[in-house]
Write a protein that binds this ligand. Structure first.
Ligand SMILES: Nc1nc2c(ncn2[C@@H]2O[C@H](COP(=O)(O)OP(=O)(O)OP(=O)(O)O)[C@@H](O)[C@H]2O)c(=O)[nH]1
Ligand SMILES: [Mg+2]
Length: 456
Protein backbone atom coordinates (compact mmCIF):
# COMPACT_ATOMS: atom_id res chain seq x y z
CA UNK A 1 0.00 0.00 0.00
CA UNK A 2 1.41 3.36 -1.00
CA UNK A 3 -0.13 6.78 -0.72
CA UNK A 4 -1.70 8.40 -3.74
CA UNK A 5 0.52 10.84 -5.64
CA UNK A 6 -0.41 13.10 -8.53
CA UNK A 7 1.51 15.50 -10.76
CA UNK A 8 1.40 17.35 -14.04
CA UNK A 9 3.68 15.27 -16.26
CA UNK A 10 4.01 17.77 -19.09
CA UNK A 11 5.73 20.70 -17.40
CA UNK A 12 4.47 24.16 -16.63
CA UNK A 13 4.62 25.77 -20.09
CA UNK A 14 1.46 26.01 -22.23
CA UNK A 15 1.30 23.28 -24.86
CA UNK A 16 -1.01 21.32 -27.12
CA UNK A 17 -1.57 18.51 -24.65
CA UNK A 18 -1.24 18.37 -20.87
CA UNK A 19 -1.02 15.15 -18.89
CA UNK A 20 -1.80 14.49 -15.23
CA UNK A 21 -0.54 11.29 -13.77
CA UNK A 22 -1.78 9.50 -10.64
CA UNK A 23 -0.18 6.54 -8.90
CA UNK A 24 -0.84 4.68 -5.67
CA UNK A 25 -3.75 3.30 -3.74
CA UNK A 26 -7.06 4.69 -5.01
CA UNK A 27 -5.60 6.19 -8.21
CA UNK A 28 -8.28 4.69 -10.42
CA UNK A 29 -11.24 5.52 -8.13
CA UNK A 30 -9.97 9.07 -7.73
CA UNK A 31 -9.45 9.66 -11.45
CA UNK A 32 -12.88 8.22 -12.05
CA UNK A 33 -14.48 10.92 -9.87
CA UNK A 34 -12.95 13.64 -12.04
CA UNK A 35 -13.35 11.99 -15.44
CA UNK A 36 -16.68 10.93 -16.96
CA UNK A 37 -16.57 8.86 -20.15
CA UNK A 38 -18.72 10.14 -23.01
CA UNK A 39 -20.29 6.69 -23.28
CA UNK A 40 -20.42 3.45 -21.36
CA UNK A 41 -19.02 2.29 -18.06
CA UNK A 42 -17.20 4.62 -15.66
CA UNK A 43 -13.42 4.95 -15.97
CA UNK A 44 -12.81 2.72 -12.92
CA UNK A 45 -14.46 -0.21 -14.69
CA UNK A 46 -12.48 0.11 -17.92
CA UNK A 47 -9.81 -2.39 -18.94
CA UNK A 48 -6.13 -1.58 -18.46
CA UNK A 49 -4.42 0.86 -20.85
CA UNK A 50 -7.46 1.48 -23.01
CA UNK A 51 -7.95 5.12 -23.98
CA UNK A 52 -11.38 6.52 -23.11
CA UNK A 53 -12.82 9.82 -24.36
CA UNK A 54 -14.76 11.92 -21.89
CA UNK A 55 -15.07 15.09 -19.83
CA UNK A 56 -13.13 16.34 -16.84
CA UNK A 57 -14.80 18.36 -14.13
CA UNK A 58 -13.82 20.23 -10.98
CA UNK A 59 -15.14 19.68 -7.44
CA UNK A 60 -18.44 21.43 -8.19
CA UNK A 61 -19.05 19.27 -11.23
CA UNK A 62 -18.27 22.05 -13.72
CA UNK A 63 -16.86 20.57 -16.90
CA UNK A 64 -13.44 22.09 -17.54
CA UNK A 65 -12.28 20.16 -20.57
CA UNK A 66 -12.74 17.08 -22.71
CA UNK A 67 -9.96 14.64 -23.38
CA UNK A 68 -8.64 11.14 -22.93
CA UNK A 69 -7.90 8.97 -19.92
CA UNK A 70 -6.70 5.49 -19.20
CA UNK A 71 -6.13 3.35 -16.15
CA UNK A 72 -3.60 0.59 -15.42
CA UNK A 73 -3.88 -1.79 -12.51
CA UNK A 74 -0.89 -3.09 -10.54
CA UNK A 75 1.53 -4.41 -11.56
CA UNK A 76 0.98 -3.52 -15.23
CA UNK A 77 1.98 0.13 -15.09
CA UNK A 78 5.12 2.27 -15.19
CA UNK A 79 5.32 2.47 -11.40
CA UNK A 80 4.09 -1.07 -10.87
CA UNK A 81 1.21 0.41 -8.84
CA UNK A 82 -2.35 1.21 -9.78
CA UNK A 83 -2.21 4.34 -11.95
CA UNK A 84 -4.36 6.64 -14.04
CA UNK A 85 -3.47 9.25 -16.63
CA UNK A 86 -5.55 12.13 -17.86
CA UNK A 87 -4.83 13.96 -21.11
CA UNK A 88 -6.40 17.34 -21.69
CA UNK A 89 -5.40 20.62 -23.29
CA UNK A 90 -1.98 21.82 -22.20
CA UNK A 91 -3.18 24.84 -20.26
CA UNK A 92 -1.22 25.34 -17.03
CA UNK A 93 -4.31 26.92 -15.37
CA UNK A 94 -6.63 24.09 -16.41
CA UNK A 95 -4.10 21.48 -15.28
CA UNK A 96 -3.66 23.11 -11.89
CA UNK A 97 -7.45 23.30 -11.36
CA UNK A 98 -7.74 19.59 -12.12
CA UNK A 99 -4.79 18.83 -9.88
CA UNK A 100 -6.33 20.83 -7.05
CA UNK A 101 -9.48 18.73 -7.31
CA UNK A 102 -7.37 15.57 -7.13
CA UNK A 103 -5.66 16.93 -4.01
CA UNK A 104 -9.05 17.59 -2.43
CA UNK A 105 -9.87 13.93 -3.08
CA UNK A 106 -6.82 12.81 -1.10
CA UNK A 107 -3.95 12.74 -3.60
CA UNK A 108 -0.76 14.58 -2.73
CA UNK A 109 1.76 16.32 -4.98
CA UNK A 110 4.41 13.85 -6.20
CA UNK A 111 8.02 14.71 -5.34
CA UNK A 112 10.51 15.05 -8.23
CA UNK A 113 11.29 11.64 -9.68
CA UNK A 114 8.82 9.91 -7.35
CA UNK A 115 7.06 7.94 -10.10
CA UNK A 116 10.39 6.56 -11.29
CA UNK A 117 11.48 5.93 -7.70
CA UNK A 118 8.35 3.85 -7.20
CA UNK A 119 9.05 2.00 -10.44
CA UNK A 120 12.49 1.15 -9.02
CA UNK A 121 11.12 0.10 -5.61
CA UNK A 122 8.59 -2.12 -7.36
CA UNK A 123 11.26 -3.77 -9.50
CA UNK A 124 10.09 -2.23 -12.79
CA UNK A 125 13.46 -0.58 -13.36
CA UNK A 126 16.87 -1.02 -11.79
CA UNK A 127 18.88 1.95 -10.60
CA UNK A 128 20.80 2.35 -13.85
CA UNK A 129 17.59 2.35 -15.84
CA UNK A 130 16.07 4.88 -13.46
CA UNK A 131 19.10 7.11 -14.04
CA UNK A 132 18.68 6.63 -17.78
CA UNK A 133 15.18 8.08 -17.57
CA UNK A 134 16.65 11.34 -16.29
CA UNK A 135 19.46 11.26 -18.88
CA UNK A 136 16.95 10.71 -21.68
CA UNK A 137 14.81 13.63 -20.55
CA UNK A 138 17.88 15.88 -20.25
CA UNK A 139 19.62 14.69 -23.45
CA UNK A 140 21.03 17.61 -25.45
CA UNK A 141 22.42 15.70 -28.44
CA UNK A 142 21.24 12.75 -30.54
CA UNK A 143 24.08 10.61 -29.16
CA UNK A 144 23.10 11.43 -25.56
CA UNK A 145 19.51 10.46 -26.30
CA UNK A 146 20.58 7.22 -28.00
CA UNK A 147 22.89 6.34 -25.12
CA UNK A 148 20.19 6.99 -22.49
CA UNK A 149 17.61 5.04 -24.50
CA UNK A 150 19.85 2.01 -24.71
CA UNK A 151 20.58 2.22 -20.97
CA UNK A 152 16.86 2.47 -20.26
CA UNK A 153 16.23 -0.52 -22.45
CA UNK A 154 18.67 -2.43 -20.21
CA UNK A 155 21.91 -2.65 -22.20
CA UNK A 156 24.08 -1.48 -19.31
CA UNK A 157 22.11 -3.51 -16.77
CA UNK A 158 22.69 -6.65 -18.84
CA UNK A 159 26.39 -6.00 -18.99
CA UNK A 160 26.60 -5.50 -15.22
CA UNK A 161 24.48 -8.59 -14.50
CA UNK A 162 26.77 -10.66 -16.68
CA UNK A 163 29.68 -9.81 -14.37
CA UNK A 164 27.52 -10.10 -11.28
CA UNK A 165 26.11 -13.48 -12.25
CA UNK A 166 29.57 -14.89 -12.93
CA UNK A 167 30.66 -13.92 -9.43
CA UNK A 168 27.44 -15.12 -7.80
CA UNK A 169 27.98 -18.52 -9.39
CA UNK A 170 31.42 -18.59 -7.89
CA UNK A 171 30.13 -17.58 -4.45
CA UNK A 172 27.22 -19.96 -4.60
CA UNK A 173 29.49 -22.83 -5.37
CA UNK A 174 31.82 -21.80 -2.59
CA UNK A 175 29.12 -21.42 0.06
CA UNK A 176 27.55 -24.70 -0.88
CA UNK A 177 30.87 -26.41 -0.29
CA UNK A 178 31.39 -24.68 3.04
CA UNK A 179 27.85 -25.12 4.32
CA UNK A 180 27.15 -28.63 3.13
CA UNK A 181 30.43 -30.51 3.10
CA UNK A 182 28.65 -33.86 2.88
CA UNK A 183 26.77 -33.07 -0.30
CA UNK A 184 27.93 -34.40 -3.62
CA UNK A 185 29.31 -31.17 -5.07
CA UNK A 186 32.49 -30.67 -7.07
CA UNK A 187 35.32 -29.69 -4.78
CA UNK A 188 36.27 -26.04 -4.70
CA UNK A 189 39.13 -25.47 -7.12
CA UNK A 190 41.63 -22.68 -7.31
CA UNK A 191 41.62 -22.54 -11.11
CA UNK A 192 37.88 -22.13 -11.13
CA UNK A 193 38.20 -19.08 -8.94
CA UNK A 194 41.16 -17.79 -10.94
CA UNK A 195 39.34 -18.00 -14.26
CA UNK A 196 36.15 -16.48 -12.91
CA UNK A 197 38.08 -13.68 -11.24
CA UNK A 198 40.12 -12.83 -14.34
CA UNK A 199 37.03 -12.70 -16.48
CA UNK A 200 35.13 -10.52 -14.00
CA UNK A 201 38.12 -8.23 -13.58
CA UNK A 202 38.59 -7.64 -17.31
CA UNK A 203 34.85 -7.08 -17.78
CA UNK A 204 34.79 -4.60 -14.91
CA UNK A 205 37.86 -2.83 -16.29
CA UNK A 206 36.18 -2.43 -19.66
CA UNK A 207 33.09 -1.09 -17.95
CA UNK A 208 35.09 1.44 -15.99
CA UNK A 209 36.91 2.57 -19.13
CA UNK A 210 33.59 3.26 -20.79
CA UNK A 211 32.97 6.06 -18.29
CA UNK A 212 35.14 8.63 -20.10
CA UNK A 213 33.05 8.30 -23.21
CA UNK A 214 29.77 8.05 -21.32
CA UNK A 215 30.51 11.26 -19.46
CA UNK A 216 31.55 13.03 -22.65
CA UNK A 217 28.29 12.06 -24.32
CA UNK A 218 25.96 12.90 -21.46
CA UNK A 219 27.67 15.83 -19.75
CA UNK A 220 29.56 17.28 -22.70
CA UNK A 221 33.25 17.87 -23.26
CA UNK A 222 34.95 20.66 -21.31
CA UNK A 223 36.60 22.75 -24.01
CA UNK A 224 38.72 25.84 -23.32
CA UNK A 225 39.41 28.53 -25.94
CA UNK A 226 42.89 29.77 -25.20
CA UNK A 227 45.22 32.42 -26.61
CA UNK A 228 46.77 35.80 -26.02
CA UNK A 229 44.52 38.90 -25.94
CA UNK A 230 42.69 40.06 -29.06
CA UNK A 231 43.21 36.95 -31.21
CA UNK A 232 39.43 36.39 -31.49
CA UNK A 233 38.55 33.90 -28.74
CA UNK A 234 35.29 35.57 -27.76
CA UNK A 235 34.41 35.98 -31.45
CA UNK A 236 34.73 32.20 -31.81
CA UNK A 237 32.56 31.56 -28.74
CA UNK A 238 29.92 33.84 -30.23
CA UNK A 239 30.15 32.25 -33.68
CA UNK A 240 29.70 28.75 -32.22
CA UNK A 241 26.91 29.81 -29.84
CA UNK A 242 25.04 31.58 -32.61
CA UNK A 243 24.62 34.83 -30.66
CA UNK A 244 26.68 37.58 -29.03
CA UNK A 245 27.30 35.70 -25.78
CA UNK A 246 30.59 37.47 -24.96
CA UNK A 247 31.69 41.08 -25.40
CA UNK A 248 34.00 41.55 -28.40
CA UNK A 249 36.07 44.71 -28.89
CA UNK A 250 39.35 45.56 -30.58
CA UNK A 251 40.88 46.31 -27.16
CA UNK A 252 43.22 43.61 -25.89
CA UNK A 253 42.05 42.39 -22.47
CA UNK A 254 38.32 42.62 -23.15
CA UNK A 255 37.46 39.31 -21.51
CA UNK A 256 38.56 39.19 -17.91
CA UNK A 257 36.61 36.24 -16.59
CA UNK A 258 35.81 32.78 -17.92
CA UNK A 259 32.54 32.66 -19.88
CA UNK A 260 30.75 29.36 -20.45
CA UNK A 261 28.37 28.31 -23.20
CA UNK A 262 26.97 24.86 -24.03
CA UNK A 263 27.05 24.31 -27.77
CA UNK A 264 26.67 21.31 -30.04
CA UNK A 265 29.35 21.14 -32.71
CA UNK A 266 29.19 18.26 -35.19
CA UNK A 267 26.77 16.39 -32.89
CA UNK A 268 29.22 16.70 -29.99
CA UNK A 269 28.13 18.63 -26.90
CA UNK A 270 30.88 21.05 -25.86
CA UNK A 271 31.02 22.94 -22.61
CA UNK A 272 32.87 25.85 -24.17
CA UNK A 273 34.86 28.14 -21.93
CA UNK A 274 36.05 31.47 -23.32
CA UNK A 275 38.99 32.71 -21.28
CA UNK A 276 40.82 35.95 -20.55
CA UNK A 277 43.69 36.46 -23.00
CA UNK A 278 47.02 35.25 -21.63
CA UNK A 279 49.51 38.03 -20.94
CA UNK A 280 51.56 39.66 -18.19
CA UNK A 281 49.57 42.54 -16.82
CA UNK A 282 49.53 45.02 -13.94
CA UNK A 283 45.74 44.98 -13.82
CA UNK A 284 44.68 42.95 -10.77
CA UNK A 285 41.32 41.93 -12.24
CA UNK A 286 42.94 40.77 -15.46
CA UNK A 287 45.61 38.88 -13.50
CA UNK A 288 42.86 36.94 -11.72
CA UNK A 289 41.23 36.30 -15.09
CA UNK A 290 44.48 34.87 -16.46
CA UNK A 291 44.71 32.54 -13.45
CA UNK A 292 41.22 31.31 -14.31
CA UNK A 293 42.29 30.76 -17.94
CA UNK A 294 45.10 28.52 -16.73
CA UNK A 295 42.75 26.60 -14.45
CA UNK A 296 40.29 26.15 -17.35
CA UNK A 297 42.99 24.45 -19.44
CA UNK A 298 43.78 22.06 -16.60
CA UNK A 299 40.15 20.92 -16.56
CA UNK A 300 39.65 20.91 -20.33
CA UNK A 301 39.50 17.74 -22.37
CA UNK A 302 39.84 19.76 -25.55
CA UNK A 303 41.75 23.00 -25.93
CA UNK A 304 41.11 25.29 -28.87
CA UNK A 305 44.33 27.25 -29.04
CA UNK A 306 43.94 30.42 -31.05
CA UNK A 307 46.58 32.54 -32.79
CA UNK A 308 46.07 35.71 -34.82
CA UNK A 309 47.33 34.70 -38.26
CA UNK A 310 47.58 38.32 -39.37
CA UNK A 311 50.21 39.31 -36.77
CA UNK A 312 53.70 37.92 -36.19
CA UNK A 313 54.04 35.29 -33.46
CA UNK A 314 54.99 36.68 -30.06
CA UNK A 315 56.31 35.24 -26.81
CA UNK A 316 52.73 35.28 -25.47
CA UNK A 317 51.69 32.99 -28.33
CA UNK A 318 54.46 30.54 -27.45
CA UNK A 319 53.42 30.62 -23.82
CA UNK A 320 49.83 29.86 -24.80
CA UNK A 321 51.04 26.97 -26.99
CA UNK A 322 53.00 25.46 -24.11
CA UNK A 323 49.98 25.68 -21.84
CA UNK A 324 47.53 24.30 -24.43
CA UNK A 325 49.57 21.13 -24.85
CA UNK A 326 48.59 20.11 -21.31
CA UNK A 327 45.04 19.33 -22.43
CA UNK A 328 44.40 15.75 -23.66
CA UNK A 329 43.31 17.07 -27.08
CA UNK A 330 44.31 20.31 -28.75
CA UNK A 331 43.41 21.98 -32.03
CA UNK A 332 45.46 24.95 -33.21
CA UNK A 333 43.28 27.61 -34.81
CA UNK A 334 44.85 30.32 -36.96
CA UNK A 335 42.26 33.06 -36.85
CA UNK A 336 41.65 36.13 -39.04
CA UNK A 337 42.18 34.19 -42.28
CA UNK A 338 40.40 37.07 -44.06
CA UNK A 339 43.60 39.11 -43.56
CA UNK A 340 47.01 38.44 -45.11
CA UNK A 341 49.04 35.79 -43.24
CA UNK A 342 51.96 37.14 -41.18
CA UNK A 343 53.73 33.81 -40.53
CA UNK A 344 53.98 30.30 -41.85
CA UNK A 345 52.54 27.43 -39.80
CA UNK A 346 55.20 24.97 -41.02
CA UNK A 347 57.30 25.25 -37.87
CA UNK A 348 54.24 24.56 -35.65
CA UNK A 349 53.21 21.37 -37.43
CA UNK A 350 55.42 19.04 -35.41
CA UNK A 351 53.84 20.19 -32.13
CA UNK A 352 50.30 20.57 -33.41
CA UNK A 353 49.15 17.90 -35.84
CA UNK A 354 45.79 19.62 -36.31
CA UNK A 355 46.09 23.18 -37.56
CA UNK A 356 43.04 24.92 -38.96
CA UNK A 357 42.77 28.28 -40.61
CA UNK A 358 39.53 30.17 -40.03
CA UNK A 359 37.85 33.49 -39.56
CA UNK A 360 35.74 33.70 -36.40
CA UNK A 361 34.38 37.00 -37.64
CA UNK A 362 33.10 35.86 -41.04
CA UNK A 363 32.52 32.19 -40.19
CA UNK A 364 34.81 30.93 -42.96
CA UNK A 365 36.49 27.67 -41.87
CA UNK A 366 34.06 26.91 -39.04
CA UNK A 367 32.81 23.82 -40.86
CA UNK A 368 36.32 22.35 -40.91
CA UNK A 369 36.51 23.00 -37.16
CA UNK A 370 33.27 21.07 -36.84
CA UNK A 371 34.76 18.19 -38.85
CA UNK A 372 37.91 18.18 -36.73
CA UNK A 373 35.92 18.02 -33.48
CA UNK A 374 33.74 15.26 -34.88
CA UNK A 375 36.86 13.31 -35.86
CA UNK A 376 38.26 13.63 -32.33
CA UNK A 377 34.99 12.54 -30.71
CA UNK A 378 33.36 10.28 -33.30
CA UNK A 379 30.27 9.50 -31.20
CA UNK A 380 28.68 12.61 -32.70
CA UNK A 381 27.69 10.48 -35.66
CA UNK A 382 28.16 7.03 -34.13
CA UNK A 383 25.01 4.96 -34.35
CA UNK A 384 26.23 1.95 -32.39
CA UNK A 385 25.49 2.46 -28.73
CA UNK A 386 27.62 0.15 -26.62
CA UNK A 387 26.62 0.35 -22.95
CA UNK A 388 28.58 3.00 -21.09
CA UNK A 389 28.79 4.21 -17.51
CA UNK A 390 27.49 7.74 -17.49
CA UNK A 391 27.67 9.18 -13.98
CA UNK A 392 29.99 9.44 -11.01
CA UNK A 393 27.86 7.15 -8.84
CA UNK A 394 28.19 4.38 -11.41
CA UNK A 395 31.88 5.06 -11.83
CA UNK A 396 32.43 4.96 -8.05
CA UNK A 397 30.68 1.61 -7.71
CA UNK A 398 32.53 0.09 -10.68
CA UNK A 399 35.83 1.41 -9.28
CA UNK A 400 35.15 -0.27 -5.92
CA UNK A 401 34.21 -3.50 -7.66
CA UNK A 402 37.43 -3.42 -9.67
CA UNK A 403 39.61 -2.67 -6.62
CA UNK A 404 38.06 -5.57 -4.75
CA UNK A 405 38.56 -7.94 -7.70
CA UNK A 406 42.19 -6.88 -8.05
CA UNK A 407 42.71 -7.60 -4.34
CA UNK A 408 41.08 -11.00 -4.73
CA UNK A 409 43.31 -11.84 -7.68
CA UNK A 410 46.37 -10.77 -5.74
CA UNK A 411 45.24 -12.84 -2.78
CA UNK A 412 44.84 -15.85 -5.02
CA UNK A 413 48.36 -15.46 -6.36
CA UNK A 414 49.75 -15.28 -2.84
CA UNK A 415 47.72 -18.40 -1.92
CA UNK A 416 45.45 -16.81 0.64
CA UNK A 417 42.78 -19.25 1.87
CA UNK A 418 39.67 -19.14 -0.34
CA UNK A 419 37.37 -17.85 2.40
CA UNK A 420 39.58 -14.77 2.75
CA UNK A 421 39.65 -14.04 -0.99
CA UNK A 422 35.96 -14.41 -1.15
CA UNK A 423 35.53 -11.52 1.26
CA UNK A 424 36.91 -9.38 -1.57
CA UNK A 425 34.68 -11.08 -4.12
CA UNK A 426 31.74 -10.35 -1.87
CA UNK A 427 32.76 -6.72 -1.75
CA UNK A 428 32.92 -6.63 -5.54
CA UNK A 429 29.42 -8.10 -5.63
CA UNK A 430 28.13 -5.50 -3.19
CA UNK A 431 29.60 -2.75 -5.35
CA UNK A 432 28.12 -4.21 -8.54
CA UNK A 433 24.83 -4.71 -6.73
CA UNK A 434 24.87 -1.04 -5.83
CA UNK A 435 25.02 -0.24 -9.54
CA UNK A 436 21.72 -1.94 -10.14
CA UNK A 437 20.35 -1.68 -6.61
CA UNK A 438 20.14 -5.48 -6.13
CA UNK A 439 20.38 -7.02 -2.66
CA UNK A 440 23.24 -9.35 -2.30
CA UNK A 441 22.37 -11.87 0.42
CA UNK A 442 18.98 -12.93 -0.89
CA UNK A 443 20.46 -13.47 -4.31
CA UNK A 444 23.18 -15.75 -3.15
CA UNK A 445 20.86 -17.75 -0.93
CA UNK A 446 18.32 -18.17 -3.70
CA UNK A 447 20.93 -19.22 -6.23
CA UNK A 448 22.43 -21.85 -3.92
CA UNK A 449 19.12 -23.61 -3.49
CA UNK A 450 18.08 -23.14 -7.08
CA UNK A 451 21.25 -24.29 -8.67
CA UNK A 452 22.49 -26.92 -6.32
CA UNK A 453 19.15 -28.28 -5.17
CA UNK A 454 20.53 -28.95 -1.71
CA UNK A 455 17.07 -28.69 -0.28
CA UNK A 456 17.69 -29.49 3.38
N1 LIG B 1 39.61 40.57 -39.39
C1 LIG B 1 39.21 39.80 -38.42
N2 LIG B 1 39.03 40.29 -37.19
C2 LIG B 1 38.62 39.45 -36.22
C3 LIG B 1 38.38 38.10 -36.45
N3 LIG B 1 37.98 37.52 -35.28
C4 LIG B 1 37.98 38.49 -34.36
N4 LIG B 1 38.36 39.66 -34.93
C5 LIG B 1 38.47 40.95 -34.27
O1 LIG B 1 39.53 40.91 -33.32
C6 LIG B 1 39.20 41.74 -32.20
C7 LIG B 1 39.30 40.95 -30.92
O2 LIG B 1 38.30 39.97 -30.92
P1 LIG B 1 37.83 39.22 -29.59
O3 LIG B 1 36.93 38.13 -29.99
O4 LIG B 1 37.34 40.21 -28.60
O5 LIG B 1 39.23 38.66 -29.11
P2 LIG B 1 39.61 37.93 -27.74
O6 LIG B 1 40.64 36.92 -28.08
O7 LIG B 1 38.39 37.44 -27.07
O8 LIG B 1 40.26 39.09 -26.92
P3 LIG B 1 40.43 39.26 -25.33
O9 LIG B 1 39.10 39.03 -24.72
O10 LIG B 1 40.92 40.61 -25.17
O11 LIG B 1 41.43 38.24 -24.90
C8 LIG B 1 37.81 42.29 -32.46
O12 LIG B 1 37.93 43.56 -33.03
C9 LIG B 1 37.24 41.31 -33.47
O13 LIG B 1 36.26 41.87 -34.31
C10 LIG B 1 38.56 37.60 -37.77
O14 LIG B 1 38.37 36.42 -38.07
N5 LIG B 1 38.98 38.49 -38.69
MG1 LIG C 1 37.58 37.85 -25.28
Amino acid sequence: MTDLIAAIATGTAPGGVGIIRLSGTGAIETASRLFTPQQGAPLCQRPDRQLVYGSMADGEGRVLDRGLAFVARAPHSYTGEETAELQCHGSPMLLSLLLEFLFSLGARQAAPGEFTQRAFLNGKLDLMQAEAVIDLIDAETPSAARQAASQLEGALSRRVSEIYDGLVDLMAHFYAVLDYPDEDIDPFRQETIGTALRLARSQTEALLQSYTRGRQIIKGIPCAILGKPNVGKSSLLNALSGYARAIVTDLPGTTRDTIEARVTVGGVLLRLIDTAGLRETEDVVEQLGVLRSRAAVEEAELCLLMLDGSAPLSSEDYEAMALAKRAPHCLLLINKSDKPAAFSTAELESDFPSILSLSAKSGVGLSSLEDAIQALFPFGRDVSSAPLLTNARQQGAARRALDALLRAEEGLLSSLPPDLLLIDVEEALTALGELSGTTLRDDITTRIFERFCVGK
